[in-house]
Design a protein around this ligand. Sequence first.
Ligand code: HEM
Length: 380
Amino acid sequence: MGPDMWYAVNNVVSRLHSSIEAKGGERELNMLDWTATSTLDVIGRVAFAHDFQQGQSPEALSIMEGWRKQASLGMQWEGFLALLALRQFPVIGKLPLPAIKAQSNIKNTVRPLASQLVQRGVSDVEHGRDILSILLRANVGAEKEKRIPDEELLDHIVTFVIAGHETTSVVLNFTLYALAQNPAIQKKLRSEVMSCDTEPTFDELWSSENFPYLDAVTREGFRLFPPASRNEKVAEKDDVLPLGTPIVGTDGRLIHEIPIKAGQVIHIPAIAVNRFSSVWGDGDVFRPERWIEKEGIPNGKFIPGAWSGMLTFLVGPRSCLGYRLAVFEMKILLMAFIRAFEFEPVEEIETRMSATIQPRIVSRPEEGACMPLRLRPVSA
Ligand code: HEM
């Protein structure tokens, strides 16, 4: 998937470059528009060989608008509560509530697109590297009862677009903001990624050896800014939740475990766990060096996460299926953006909870999800 990712990301970077040059070589812009464009273009190509035309096709605009609406509604109380209530009372999903309609808009856009490709049999099923071609190929060779029905294939594609687009865009946004706030870290990263002018492959980027600082910045971004900042799981049976550190009950006695009843909903605050001071020390600080220093992770007390001892991709059999893709993509995006532009903060940003975490301007909350940054092309 590497060449497809580089192709999509380079296109967005060069469009952004032209738009900045047209404004005289410096521009303030809402970075959300550009990060969402990049990740949608990447997922379109790698999930079902579709070109979202650098976020300019009607479908791309509709998906991005759907997300923006959903994110902004989720930041308000009524939207946040509607989504929470949906878990408890699924029938609410049938009501014409804006927060719920915004979610189905995305599905309504992606499904017909994927359906056209399935019906056409996809242009290059034999060699296609995208996920849909791989699934279709597996279907051709499989016994009849093991084939994935078309309807299910379409749902998979919708899931990939929903799970793989906004999430990666969120981490990239907040990481770029953190780099904008920390010019010395940004400079150090640029110096490392400028030391190579090729487009590294998955193997070259997956290992932390070739680009140790890029690896450290990526890990720090994923740790501090998990898009799915809180998750829910439902206990299938009565169980007992052991506590790492005992807590004092109202009667003054120490509690070492919590009994759980079947059906009980457990909230998993990934963003809080990823920042625990007891594990990370200065857990709220953006400090990529912690991943390089010998004693960077105090006492080696890693959380059992699917990747890199953090809960960003959760853990266990239902953890994120696309985490390698997401980490690889993030490294490509950071490399391409940092090679091309210098980033400066414009406004103070706060982090808001929604379906994914969202940035909001502290002094102008009415503008909804927004990440203004000042960009300048990196001089030769
Ligand atoms: C920054 C990027 C990403 C983050 C933080 C992320 C995070 C997560 C999390 C926390 C879950 C578990 C949800 C739950 O159990 O409640 C999940 C599930 C999933 N993710 Fe990701 N994800 C990312 C990117 C991707 C990408 C790029 C893809 C694929 C194209 C993907 C595909 C999936 C799928 C298919 C599941 C469902 C797995 C299952 O239920 O068995 N994700 N993701």
